[in-house]
Design a protein around this ligand. Structure first.
Ligand code: ATP
Ligand code: MG
Length: 333
């Protein structure tokens, strides 16, 4: 039996990297696997990055992330969709994995190194992040994890944690596999430095629910091929951010035309960006309309999450019983 699990942090407004790398696939896999597609807003992860965490914003961002996923098409009555902190077993399993995970393995994680590099004082939680993530997945004995390419190292560690547990205490967990969406492995950030990321701030991201005016304001000044100084200079689409976005949003014909136009200086960067806006508007407008509609009835979002947490607890509780038993803890009776 296939069981899918994926999490998304409420660390900022969802962006097109989250959408193409993860959220869109949640819906597709949800249609295939129903209640065996488990999606979680992983709010316990958010405080691990002090640069992205504000207690005054956490519940709003959690709600917004739920709303965005539902606007993309996730139906909490069909899949399992909930908030991590409402299912206590995540924290408990995370601790039981923490006690036996070598610190050296955690220190090797590139996301940890990236995020820790920006901090003066590194919270232990940032180092433990992938252990909590392994607990998130394995608590449901999930074997399939739709994520962006930035998470593959974490999934490899989750496999290692599952293997280690099975070796010590007998066969318990499957070894989960990442499923990556070709073409949206790592959507680059607007600043041209690395992947688009919520915690990098809104200047790096194109928001899924951002207004077309605001998107255009950012896109208009977005860097393109630096060698293309004048409109008449030929450019190289392969090193242009805007072309990366065309591949996500535009139809095949447009992608070919702008690539050719760029190489021959037949199209200027501003016109190329305007053509990109057509694709962005086509893709995001219906999602934004659904989001606006859901915003009118916040109870639908909250009820969906509440229902999801109940279903999640029903799966998580017996798995924790099994784990406690195998690890030798005194049975509560
Ligand atoms: P943060 O900066 O706080 O880590 P994030 O934007 O990286 O936020 P996450 O909540 O960490 O978002 O990840 C949610 C999902 O989105 C994951 O499956 C991740 O792989 C995917 N994802 C995040 N950024 C990108 C990106 N730029 N391209 C493709 N997928 C992405
Ligand atoms: Mg991330």
């Amino acid at each position: 039996m296939t069981r899918v699990f994926s999490g998304i942090q409420p660390t900022g407004e969802p962006h097109i990297g989250n959408y193409f790398g993860a959220m869109r696939n949640y819906v597709r896999l949800g249609e295939q696997y129903g209640q065996n597609a488990i999606y979680c807003i992983v709010d316990l992860h958010a405080p691990t990055n002090p640069l992205a965490y504000d207690p005054a914003q956490l519940s709003r961002l959690t709600f917004e992330m739920a709303l965005a996923n539902m606007a993309v098409g996730l139906d909490p009555q069909k899949v399992l969709f909930f908030v991590q902190s409402q299912v206590r077993e995540h924290s408990e399993l995370s601790w039981l994995f923490t006690v036996s995970t070598p610190v050296g393995e955690l220190e090797r994680m590139t996301q940890y190194k990236d995020k820790a590099g920006k901090l003066e004082s590194i919270p232990a939680g940032l180092l433990m992040y992938p252990v909590l993530m392994a607990a998130d997945i394995l608590l449901y004995k999930a074997d399939t994890v739709p994520v962006g390419e930035d998470q593959t190292q974490h999934i490899e560690l989750a496999r290692e944690i599952a293997r280690r547990f099975n070796h010590s205490y007998g066969d318990t967990f499957p070894e989960p596999k990442a499923v990556l969406e070709q073409g949206a492995l790592r959507v680059p950030g607007m600043d041209g430095h690395g992947k688009m990321g919520k915690s990098k701030g809104e200047s790096s991201t194109l928001g899924l629910l951002e207004s077309m005016d605001s998107i255009w304001t950012k896109l208009r000044v977005a860097p393109t091929d630096p060698a293309r100084v004048r409109r008449t200079d030929p450019g190289n689409p392969e090193i242009c951010l805007v072309f990366d976005y065309h591949k996500l949003f535009s139809d095949d014909q447009t992608v070919l035309e702008v690539a050719d136009g760029c190489r021959t200086a037949g199209i200027g960067c501003i016109d190329c960006k305007k053509r990109l806006m057509v694709g962005i508007e086509r893709e995001l407008t219906p999602i934004q309309a659904r989001a606006a509609e859901l915003r009118q009835r916040p109870g639908t979002v909250l009820d969906g999450l509440h229902y999801g947490a109940e279903q999640a607890r029903a799966i998580a509780a017996p798995v924790m019983e099994e784990v406690r038993g195998k690890m030798g803890f005194l049975n509560r009776g």
